[in-house]
Design a protein around this ligand. Structure first.
Ligand code: THG
Length: 259
């Protein structure tokens, strides 16, 4: 399981402020904490509402983070120029987060993935929104994988994201996302990798950690490859390690007993 830290995100007030003030020490301290807590990649998101500052802020954020880690950076923005700017300065392995099934997005982002030798997250949504059943998600996933091949981006560079929604807003989607995950893995051989933004599920809820880690265990049981989450949430990280042992992805060993 790839653990992608969600915390380098301008959505969090202290991170937004650090980006405004170009406070390298704050970002680098936060980065080191994520790595020490068990992150194996870092989501890099400048947060909403940065307009024309986007590319410059992303360049600064990627540069600042990679001074203290060699982990893959998952560059998270809907802005094409901001994405290109982040990729240009990224020396660590890069993951594009993300394209949708919109043709215009795919035409812009698959060539960037090819040019920068990056992995790419494909969200199963398009300009009409997120489908509310598993089959339509799988259809979109297939469309994105075949379109990627037209740009010489091979299936092994793709991570399919079925889009986790808040359980308070769409309770029926929790099980459908699990069903979609299972379908994605039948779309190719070897099975395509999968990823979710885990904390979406508990948006607007109390007991967020309990919801997050319970859902994570279910998703891992359905074959999830990667999750964007808070590695400093210890109960959730304990659940990751426990599920890895139960799924025989990791040897039952000292590392696990320590946790
Ligand atoms: N798929 C992909 N990328 C994603 C998501 C996804 N990137 C963004 C998001 N979803 C995953 N990252 C987060 C980061 C923070 C939160 C949720 C998901 C979160 N933040 C607090 C909140 O909104 O309540 C902020 C609290 C604060 O401001 O301190 O929940 O699905 N590919």
């Amino acid at each position: 399981m790839m653990v992608i830290s969600e915390r380098i995100n301008g959505l969090f007030r202290s991170v937004g402020k650090a980006i405004d003030e170009k406070d390298e020490a704050h970002i680098q301290e936060l980065t080191v904490r994520q790595v020490d807590a068990g992150a194996t990649a870092l989501d890099i998101n400048i947060g909403p509402g940065r307009g024309s500052e986007g590319p410059g802020d992303m360049r600064w954020l990627v540069g600042t983070v990679q001074e203290v880690t060699d982990l893959p950076l998952c560059i998270d923005t809907t802005g094409i120029k901001t994405m290109a700017a982040g990729l240009e300065v990224c020396d660590n392995p890069a993951i594009i987060n993300s394209t949708t099934a919109d043709m215009a997005k795919m035409e812009a982002l698959f060539p960037l993935a090819k040019e920068h030798d990056a992995d790419i997250i494909c969200l199963t949504m398009d300009d009409r929104g997120i489908p509310n059943d598993a089959e339509s998600r799988a259809e979109m996933a297939m469309l994105m994988m075949t379109t990627a091949m037209d740009y010489e981006v091979m299936p092994d560079r793709i991570l399919l994201d079925p889009l986790v929604l808040p359980v308070v807003a769409a309770q029926d989607q929790g099980a459908k996302v699990i069903e979609a995950l299972r379908m994605f893995q039948m779309l190719n051989d070897p099975a395509p990798r999968t990823v979710v933004g885990l904390s979406n599920v508990s948006n607007g809820c109390r007991e967020r950690s309990l919801l997050n880690r319970t859902y994570l265990a279910m998703l891992m049981g359905a074959g999830l490859s990667a999750a964007i989450l808070d590695p400093e949430d210890k109960p959730t990280m304990d659940a990751v390690k426990t599920a890895q042992v139960l799924l025989d992805q990791k040897l039952y060993c000292e590392d696990y007993l320590r946790a």
